[in-house]
Design a protein around this ligand. Structure first.
Ligand SMILES: *Cc1c(COP(=O)(O)O)cnc(C)c1O
Length: 355
């Protein structure tokens, strides 16, 4: 484990390494094993793997808690929602990641929980919704509306009600927001996005400081088996090593593009929370113009997902499950680490064609 006094960039580079002794490899070697010789701590491949542990030390070090890795972000979401007792109430932003909203709807339809979806920018409504809740889910910024929650106020109301507070920190990453430091109980990640950062891995993670919660969540992972592959964990950690450099660069690009997009007549609205590298724009001429834009560029790739080194975008309402409160002409842009002048040139040419 690295010294806790290290700053985030140093933790990203140094955490989860083998001991620095002669001939030790720099990276934890990939261990392909379904089982281990009896009598040790691990015993079976569903209970542990050295590559998971290395990844968990690094992400746990960045978030400031103990980490468990999962097969995907949604496997991590499912494991957290399973903490809620039968018939209990969960509060969540109406613009949470659509897979999260989908899980909540599915659990509710089967009588497992009661869900209250809130406008996360309406802090008073969020506070009121906390009454009687068992778990308060937050995603900040939300996807793709990029709304920011007043986490501290909502956390206090949730804790007063005896509810767990969870933050999906996928968009902000621990480099822009550390919820556990502000007394949030659980952080969830889709490590598929910025943490891995190269569009080649699906993985998820949960981080907590509460040892009891950690044990309950680990037991659930042991029982259900929503575990990551060994190679995935290795690749996710390799991606995490450069998270700070990638995010700084992508964020700089995003900030420059926000300035330029705000001036373009084809764009009626630009949303960016002031940090991070996701931008949502609304096209002045509607959904058709948005669809045209995503098919006219040469560099920007029309694709879902986000957080990779390459710039991608899509009109979110092309997905049937996207709520009608998201503008029809909204295009979510995941800004990559290419040269910003090339990104702008490509975008501007396509936008100019629309006007
Ligand atoms: C992608 C995403 C998820 C789901 O993660 P997967 O790895 O795709 O299962 C959850 N939350 C947010 C905010 C996401 O962007």
């Amino acid at each position: 484990m690295p010294e806790s006094s290290f700053r985030p960039a140093t933790v990203a580079v140094t955490a989860g390494r083998p001991d620095l002794v002669p001939d030790s490899p720099f990276n934890v070697p990939i261990t392909m094993a379904s089982t281990y010789v009896a009598g040790g701590d691990v015993e079976y491949g569903r209970y542990g793997n050295p590559s998971w542990t290395a990844f968990e030390e690094a992400l746990g070090g960045l978030e400031g808690g103990r980490c468990l890795s999962f097969a995907s972000g949604l496997a991590a979401v499912d494991t957290v929602l399973d903490l809620v007792g039968q018939g209990c109430k969960v509060v969540a932003p109406r613009h949470s990641y659509n897979g999260t909203v989908g899980q909540l709807a599915d659990l509710e339809a089967r009588g497992r929980i009661v869900t209250e979806l809130v406008d996360v920018t309406d802090t008073a409504a969020c506070v009121a919704a906390c009454e009687g809740a068992s778990l308060v889910w937050l995603e900040s910024p939300t996807n793709p509306a990029l709304e920011v929650a007043d986490i501290a106020t909502i956390r206090d109301a949730a804790h007063a009600a005896g509810a767990y507070v969870v933050v999906d920190n996928t968009f902000a990453t621990p480099l822009r927001q550390k919820p556990l430091e502000t007394d949030v109980d659980i952080v969830v990640h889709s490590a598929t996005k910025y943490i891995s950062g190269h569009s080649d891995v699906l993985m998820g993670a949960i981080v907590t400081r509460d040892d009891e919660l950690f044990d309950v969540l680990k037991k659930r992972r042991d029982l259900v088996g929503a575990i990551p592959g060994t190679l995935e964990a290795f690749l996710a950690l390799r991606g995490l090593r450069t998270l700070h450099v990638r995010l700084d660069r992508a964020e700089q690009n995003a900030q420059e593009l926000v300035r330029r997009l705000e001036e373009h007549p084809a764009v009626s609205e630009v949303r960016h929370p002031g940090f991070g590298a996701i931008i949502s724009i609304v096209l002045a001429q509607g959904a058709m113009a948005a669809d045209l834009l995503t098919h006219k560029t040469k560099l920007w790739v029309h694709a879902t997902s986000l957080g990779g080194v390459e710039s991608t975008f899509e009109r979110r309402r092309r997905w049937k499950v996207e709520p009608a409160t998201i503008p029809d002409a909204l295009v979510r842009m995941s800004v990559g680490i290419e040269d910003v002048e090339d990104l702008w040139e490509d975008l501007r040419t396509a936008l100019d064609d629309l006007t």
